[in-house]
Design a protein. Structure first.
Lengths: 327, 327
DNA sequence: TTATAGGTTGGTAGCGATACCAAACGAAAC
DNA sequence: GTTTCGTTTGGTATCGCTACCAACCTATAA
């Protein structure tokens, strides 16, 4: 920057200003600076800028698994909002482990991110301490926390699962199996299980533990879970899968066995991905506004950074049941 | 850090060393520092560290679309290798536009990333200039570039498409349609198209332009493309889709119309995602080592940062044909 | 003409770490 | 006891930028 200033015949201060708030600098100066910047292809060092101003323009995002296409829409939305505001995104993987989350939070705070989005609402003690002490705006998402650290943007896993279970009963299904993703260290899965049982109780249906199966999230696991459920309960008339891959895996299994869906068994899924809409038959599911969650999260962060008061915000973006051919 | 030093009764220099290279500090000092660090929950400011040492531990990754699950495996692999080496990942979206890529590169260089991975091998003039001048290690991927900026890790889109087309012919298919993703600003798509025609020429089959259809990457677009191809060429006996979503969209369309696959028409896809393996029938496809590409890219960057000589490396990780039920 | 204000420009002092060299220390050799 | 060498510790300058305030314009009003 010193060089640019020299070559433009102005002070470094003027260069800095011309780049950050062009309006505060006379047209003549701005032209000189711009010319020199272009000539030398100068790129301001944001590291130095951040250190000096103790402001940064990087937001950290921690997701349980980058690989999971579920988060892709949310990540994209966050990324877009940030970019529109001249900010950047760093991503880390917590792999469903609270320790890894803690490490990622520490690393991000060390990088002095200006905001954090955590796809998780239960944290280790040290994670909460670090976050609270840092004063960095935090968004929690993935579930609606009882005691948010700062801000939360999500939907209720409990209500969503409950609603779909009631929906299946309304369609006449009496024996509804539920296949959940692993429950360990995962409050979302736990909430969903609770929602399922709450619905059964309301319906006066027997809340049989053997109707719930835990499965890792692959196609074969979905197929396998379906088969095990049907073997244990030959009168099963609906399967509700807490993940689109599980559901489609089960659907494929039905195709292989020649079982009519929904004639022999109905299949319902979680999350509205394109695949479910185009599958044959198309699959009934819960639409979770993933992108909207990402968008709102980023917007709340941006607002806070632009001076909005630091108040605990809790946004429930809801969900929707999408009835299709499979139920 | 000054505070920590005071409370530990040592100099700031010793704190800095105790944190970065514990071996260079006596046990006594290290213990004092560690105690103070723990007591105050001190997190070193990496921004200041980077500025001072003019080293950073952040790698930038630019992909055409975060949303596309294709890149997810690669991103995950990059992320894991970096984390294992104490580094971090920033992600940006180029949305298939060279201007957006240029903006992202400028932003990342401004952030003084220590390495860059670009999922693209054609760039704007200014992008190349910036990268070359910056001296930052760069990996290009997604295709094998003729004139790499620095390092390249990929496979050959041309060879892969050619090989699958030859494979379909070997299975007895004579009239093979090809559905490509949009060609604009996308050298990968262009290479694939070339590979397809090269195979037809080798086979002595007529290279009919109307056998190639351009389609955006959705399920309906795949279904639609299949229908249009069959209408134009009633004797079409195979469809090769340059994207798994397109292929499965076409497969679903066959199911809806009751067309036997591969009896009435064979379907081949690009990229080996789980969906293709579990679909009914399972789909023949090209296995592209996406994860391996991510892993190698990150490893090459890490090696370079650890002092490996700055030589132009070009790694071809190849591909594999996965023959399944659909052909 | 001088005072006053508003708008620009420049100088100086950090931001919080690390690089580099000098000082202090301790152990081994004489 | 002194010298010497190697290791550990500390001081100072600096990384490249921005915050803050002082100095300087130019124009308008008194």
């Amino acid at each position: 920057m010193r060089d640019i200033a020299r070559h433009a015949g102005v002070s470094p201060m003027t260069v800095s200003r011309a780049l950050r708030e062009p309006a505060a600098v006379s047209e003549k100066m701005r032209a000189k600076v711009d010319a020199a910047v272009r000539e030398f292809g100068y790129l301001p060092n944001r590291i130095a800028g951040s250190l000096s101003s103790s402001r940064s323009n990087v937001v950290g995002l921690i997701v349980p698994g980058i690989r999971n296409s579920l988060y892709a829409g949310m990540i994209q939305a966050v990324s877009e909002v940030l970019r529109a505001n001249g900010m950047h995104l760093m991503i880390a993987n917590s792999g469903h482990s609270l320790e890894d989350e803690e490490a990622a939070v520490a690393a991000f705070l060390g990088q002095r991110v200006c905001g954090l989005v955590l796809h998780n609402t239960t944290h280790s003690k040290r994670t909460r301490e670090m976050l609270e002490r840092s004063g960095v705006p935090v968004i929690e998402t993935g579930n609606l926390p009882d005691d948010p650290i700062d801000m939360a943007v999500s939907y209720s896993n409990f209500e969503a699962t409950r609603a779909m279970t009631l929906h299946l009963a309304r369609l006449g299904h009496r024996k509804i199996g539920f296949v959940t993703l692993p429950l360990r260290d995962n409050d979302r899965s736990e909430e969903r299980r609770r929602g399922y049982f709450a619905a059964l109780r309301e319906l006066g249906l027997p809340a049989d533990d053997s109707l719930v199966l835990e499965a890792a999230g692959g196609f074969s696991e979905g197929a396998d879970a379906l088969v095990r459920l049907v073997n244990a309960h030959p009168d099963l008339d609906a399967g509700f899968f807490a993940g689109e891959v599980l559901a489609v895996g089960a659907l494929f299994e039905c195709q292989r066995r020649g079982w009519d869906v929904p004639g022999r068994i109905a299949i319902a899924s979680y999350d509205d991905v394109d695949l479910l809409k185009h599958a044959v038959p198309s699959v009934t599911t819960l639409r979770i506004p993933r992108q909207e969650i990402g968008r709102r999260s980023a917007e709340l962060l941006v607002q806070r950074l632009q001076g909005a008061p630091a108040e605990r915000v809790k946004v429930d973006l809801g969900f929707e049941i999408v009835q299709r051919e499979s139920t």
